[in-house]
Design a protein around this ligand. Structure first.
Ligand SMILES: [Zn+2]
Length: 291
């Protein structure tokens, strides 16, 4: 089952969070019909969203991660909220990218580009930051964002394993952060242990829990669990939200849709749900927009 565990090292400014996200990543892959390399890119970003969402203090707060690149997937988007719910999509979910050294080549699927992060924590203006992609492998790109935009030195590891039948059978990741100055000896210890951690997909496939992944990433340090949660795939779209968006388009746009389309289809990019509106329904919305 998917799960998430956050820990601190008592007495030190070290924070760790790890997650197993196999089920939600497989759900996303199936929903979008993503080919293996695209599924890995989306799964890594969704998992990164799950890990970073633990920094949100309220379930209603949201984090949007948007990777735009020149590679064939073009765009990878993940949104996570403070309750550990995530949703996401790809610009192009079906891509042909050859493997590199027997591994899915996520960097080639993403290409050179940028990572844009928007944090909505209930303030009038959401905070945002943009960094150039370091590698397009997603984990390194998130670490670069955390260092450059939030000044938090972070180690991020993300992994998605796609089986020969194209289903996702292992996904997860971990994030380790040093929140303030920590002793040099501890930093060196962290660097050594992090460098020796097995790949995330290996740990998840061997059945390691998030806590066990953190034990390996922070080997030898005492860990105190501060949070456990179940990350989930969840799309918050609804017909009501689509109606509100259509009304917000304004009378001119609505009149144009009514003139051009017998039936208007609005598709949610995140979960692919299609909402349909007849001309009569749109005319009712137009009257609403005019009042
Ligand atoms: Zn949706």
């Amino acid at each position: 089952m998917d799960c998430l565990v956050s820990v601190v090292v008592p007495g030190e400014q070290v924070y760790g969070v790890a997650a197993v996200t196999t089920e939600l990543v497989e759900q996303a892959r199936a929903l979008h019909g993503a080919s293996p390399t695209a599924a890995a890119a989306l799964g890594r970003l969704l998992t990164g969203g799950v890990l970073l969402s633990t920094q949100l203090k309220d379930p209603s707060h949201r984090l949007l991660l948007q990777v735009s690149g020149r590679g064939p997937v073009r765009k990878v988007v993940a949104e996570a909220d403070g309750a550990g719910r995530v949703r996401g999509y790809l610009g192009q979910p079906v891509v042909q990218v050859p493997s590199r050294n027997g591994k899915l080549d996520v960097a080639a699927a993403v290409g050179k580009g940028i990572l844009h992060v928007i944090k909505d924590v209930g303030l009038p203006q959401p905070a945002s930051g943009t960094v150039p992609l370091v590698s397009g492998e997603i984990a390194e790109d998130l670490a670069a964002y955390l260092l450059q935009s939030e000044q938090i030195p972070s180690a991020v590891a993300l992994g998605v394993f796609v089986s020969p039948d194209y289903t996702v059978t292992a996904a997860g990741g971990f994030l380790v952060q040093t929140l303030a100055s920590v002793p040099e000896s501890l930093l060196e210890h962290l660097e050594r242990t992090l460098a020796a951690v097995p790949p995330v997909t290996a740990m998840v496939r061997e059945g390691n829990t998030p806590y066990e992944m953190l034990q390996q990433a922070l080997a030898g340090l005492p860990l105190q669990v501060v949070r456990q949660a179940t990350p989930q795939w969840h799309c918050r779209c609804s017909r009501e939200r689509v109606v509100a968006a259509l009304v917000a388009l304004g009378a001119r746009e609505l009149r144009q849709l009514i003139a051009e389309e017998e039936v208007t289809h609005v598709r949610c990019e995140f979960c692919t749900t299609a909402y349909t509106f007849t001309r009569e329904e749109l005319e009712a919305l137009l009257r609403e927009a005019l009042t």
